[in-house]
Design a protein around this ligand. Structure first.
Ligand SMILES: Nc1ncnc2c1ncn2[C@@H]1O[C@H](COP(=O)(O)OP(=O)(O)OP(=O)(O)O)[C@@H](O)[C@H]1O
Ligand SMILES: [Mg+2]
Length: 669
């Protein structure tokens, strides 16, 4: 196993015990060290399932699992656990949810669900939507949670009226989640920390599940993650973290680079390994990266030399408009694909904001080139998929109000808005869940309320609601019996008449086809999950979907994904590498992002510069940086300003804050 490791890497891989820090630049083999070290631990007798590795994204986890299998050359079923923080926390919380007063089968709310919940909360506390939109509240709650701030503290910290409103919204929101037996994404970390605090024996038990903990991309851990890692590593102290302070790009999500820089304080006996050779990029590309990052003031001194000499100099291209930029980038890729020596998957197009790829996508479609948008959840945003997942969630956990309300009259079954309102207010009045109310209706017209106010449900309403609760009940029992999930989903679709409803709403054949394909794909993905899993369960399936570990999409999309041009944000590109990289939109206000430009904050600009550095260091052979000289804003072309980072790269930025009129020159091809 010594092949393919330099002496420093080998030293890290051979350090089998105690705290270990690998602090090194991009492409220096940090992730490789983590993978090889796991293999080495196993070779030296560690049981694979006593190893836990934490990565930042699902894609990175899958990649690591894949490389590890290749290294181990065994088909053993027992594998190290490679997870993201969130998926590890889900597993852990499922085991101990009761301790925190949550049901084991708690639902995990995504952004859409969170906003539905927030809408209800804002209605309850009578905040008009022009004062605060549900999305704003969710965002604010998210930033509190990533900092580990709970409702009470948020209330204490609030100073402006708006903050006070948001804080009381937060309190209500948290209550509503609990009531629904649900958690949101950020809760996964916060509740894990809470669990460890209130139940030390649980913490100990969880820490003893593993003998080794390895963490990739450690520079981007936030305070919660940091404390969870410490709590898990405390027992065995076999903690290996790797990272690069120059690639810390999640400060805006509460990540703190100090965690990696202070590792030696936390673990005084830690061994520190530095890697100085970059094996990924040609020296021409690496030079560009090094030049740029040198503009960041607060840096740890680090050497990064290119193991691959020479190479083509990165190109800077400027185009008259963003449409032309997209056209030329795509034309360049098409040209390079023509001779058949390269595959579509060798190319990546990276961008800063979610709006940027639209023009690129249009051009790629015109050119009929296969592409895949990484880290996009678009499939799950389709109405049909969300409806069906809501059914599964309601069946699994009838307390889940957001899901219950989504499907109670979808497809329409005679439970109109008025009936829903009546049920809802009865639930609020009596402190019960919607499900409790719905599943306990007696026959005939029903009277709700108290002396002050009463409402009624007619015979017909009651019959409709009873038949709905009956349906959910029957499917809950079927899952409890262990019936096949895919079969169940198929039956559910047919029994509810879901497909007929799709045909009714969308008469246009093409639209209809697309939507029915989405319905079918849900069944397919349930079937695929069931085939892989030893003990399949609805919540297991939903966890995978919610955490983004399970891919869904048309079969065609899936095929393409295997060999397609990759489109993704700079944030999503962390840790990855591609022979040919195109970074588009190098303009002030895009990269660096307008937020950081407006704030004129050195820290924020530095983070944008690190983001640019991450992008550049993804390229192995060829790098193209481009910008549009005009860009559409509110339907009109506006002049842009080239990114200050370009001036820094070409050495025309002694003082980045007082730029002259020189624009970077376009290199000739
Ligand atoms: N000793 C080596 N010999 C040959 N190739 C190597 C060696 N070490 C690493 N590589 C290769 O260099 C590339 C970068 O490695 P890796 O992804 O592990 O770097 P990294 O430090 O994790 O990068 P990043 O900071 O971007 O996450 C990979 O293709 C890897 O296989
Ligand atoms: Mg890496």
């Amino acid at each position: 196993m010594s092949h393919g490791l330099n002496p420093e890497q080998q030293e890290a891989v051979d350090t089998l015990r105690g705290p270990l820090l690998v602090l090194a630049g991009a492409g220096s083999g940090k992730t490789r060290v983590v993978t090889f070290r796991m293999a080495n631990l196993i070779k030296h007798g560690t049981q694979p399932d006593r190893i836990l590795a934490v990565t930042f994204t699902n894609k990175a986890a899958a990649e690591m699992q894949h490389r590890l299998s290749a290294l181990l050359k065994t088909k053993s079923k027992i594998k190290p656990q490679v997870s993201t923080f969130h998926s590890h926390c889900v597993r852990l919380l499922r085991r101990h949810a009761r301790v925190l007063g949550y049901p084991e089968k708690f639902a995990i709310y995504d952004r859409g669900d969170q906003e539905s919940l927030a809408r209800g909360v804002l209605r309850d506390i009578r905040v008009p939507s022009d004062l605060m939109r549900p999305g704003d509240l969710v965002t604010q709650i998210g930033s509190w949670k990533t900092l580990g701030i709970r409702p009470q503290e948020a209330e204490r910290l609030a100073s402006t009226d708006k903050e006070h409103l948001a804080a009381s919204g937060y309190k209500k929101y948290q209550k509503a989640l609990r009531h629904a037996g649900a958690v949101d994404f950020d809760d996964l970390l916060m509740l894990t920390e809470e669990l460890f605090k209130i139940a030390p024996q649980v913490r100990q038990q969880e820490a003893r599940q593993f003998d080794h903990l390895l963490v990739d991309e450690y520079q981007d851990t936030n305070g919660l993650q940091y404390r969870i890692i410490r709590a898990l590593a405390d027992e065995h102290r076999n903690i290996c973290v790797v990272g690069d302070d120059d690639q810390s790009i999640y400060g805006w999500r509460g990540a703190e680079v100090k965690h990696i820089l202070q590792f030696k304080n936390d673990w005084p006996d830690a061994k520190v390994v530095r890697l100085e050779w970059n094996y990924r990029s040609t020296s021409a590309i690496l030079e560009t990266a090094n030049k740029l990052i040198a503009y960041n003031k607060h840096r740890h001194d680090k050497v990064l030399k290119a193991a691959r000499a020479g190479g083509e100099r990165p190109r800077i291209e400027q185009y008259p408009s963003e449409v032309e930029e997209a056209r030329q980038v795509v034309a360049d890729i098409a040209f390079r694909l023509k001779d058949g020596t390269r595959d579509p998957r060798d190319f990546a197009i990276l961008f800063r904001t979610n709006e940027q790829p639209r023009a690129i996508e249009t051009e790629l479609r015109k050119a009929k080139l296969p592409y895949v948008m990484l880290g996009s959840q678009s499939f799950f945003d389709r109405k049909e998929v969300r409806d069906l997942l809501a059914y599964l969630r309601a069946i699994e956990s009838p307390r889940d109000e957001v899901s219950m309300l989504r499907i109670i009259n979808t497809p329409p079954r005679g439970i109109g808005e008025r009936s829903v309102e009546t049920v809802l207010s009865e639930a609020v009045r009596s402190g019960k869940t919607v499900w409790d109310v719905v599943s306990n209706l007696s026959e005939g017209p029903t009277l709700f309320g108290d002396a002050e106010k009463t409402t009624t449900l007619s015979d017909k309403n009651v019959a409709a609601i009873r038949s709905f609760s009956n349906l959910i009940q029957r499917y809950s029992e079927a899952t409890a019996r262990g019936d096949s999930l895919a079969e169940l989903t198929r039956k559910l679709i047919s029994e509810t008449g879901y497909e007929q409803e799709v045909r009714r709403i969308y008469p246009d054949p093409e639209e209809q086809q697309m939507r029915l394909a989405a319905v079918e794909e849900v069944v397919n993905s349930v079937a695929a999950y069931e085939a892989e899993e030893e003990k399949p369960s609805i919540s297991g399936y939903l966890d995978q979907v919610t955490l983004g570990q399970r891919e869904m999409g048309d079969d065609k999309e899936k095929q393409l994904a295997r060999n397609a041009i990759a489109l993704m944000t700079l944030h999503a590109s962390k840790g990855l590498e591609f022979p040919h990289v195109y970074m588009i939109g190098l303009e002030d206000g895009i990269l660096p992002h307008s937020r950081s430009v407006k704030a004129d904050s050195q820290d924020q600009i530095d983070e944008e510069r690190r983001l640019c550095y991450v992008g550049i260091t993804r390229a192995q052979e060829r790098l193209t940086l481009s910008l549009a000289l005009t860009r559409m804003k509110w339907g009109k072309p506006r002049d842009t300003t080239p990114s200050r980072f370009l001036f820094e790269i070409i050495g025309q930025a002694d003082n980045p804050h007082s730029r002259g009129g020189t624009r970077p020159r376009s290199s000739s091809r």
